[in-house]
Design a protein. Structure first.
Length: 131
């Protein structure tokens, strides 16, 4: 599966998770004053991720951490089983995306190193030729 597809699925998981949050949701243990405050923050992070702000990926991950925002809200509001399933899927997709990002970073570094080596080799050949 392509990273783009994984991003879309990950966003779906977050959207499903926040669909459990209503105006009556207890958010006291999640350090929010109101459910609307929580939803506003999560939706802002989702929008940023949709606009390729990959730093938000890690912020979204924090919502799913053990004793993180979503777990606290889920436990306080009776949907902890559903949260666990969603969290497991989020973690799986997050790890796939991060793995792909790391592969891309390594590939770019290798290309850069190779190009640098080729350039230095050409320069060295030129020096030998001129001596």
């Amino acid at each position: 599966m392509k990273n783009k597809d994984n991003f879309a699925l990950l966003i779906d998981i977050v959207e499903i998770t926040i669909s459990f949050i209503t105006d009556e949701t207890n958010v006291i243990w999640a350090d929010y004053d109101t459910p609307q405050d929580l939803l506003k923050n999560v939706k802002r992070d989702l929008k940023a991720l949709e606009n390729s702000d990959l730093a938000r990926l890690d912020k979204l991950k924090n919502y799913f951490l053990p004793t993180g925002t979503f777990q606290e809200v889920a436990i306080s509001n009776g949907w902890s089983d559903e949260y666990l399933e969603l969290s497991e899927e989020f973690d799986r997709l997050y790890n796939l995306i991060k793995s792909e990002q790391n592969k891309n970073i390594i590939a770019r570094s290798f290309v850069k190193l190779k190009n640098n080596f080729i350039s230095r080799l050409a320069h060295l050949k030129e020096q030998i030729k001129n001596n």
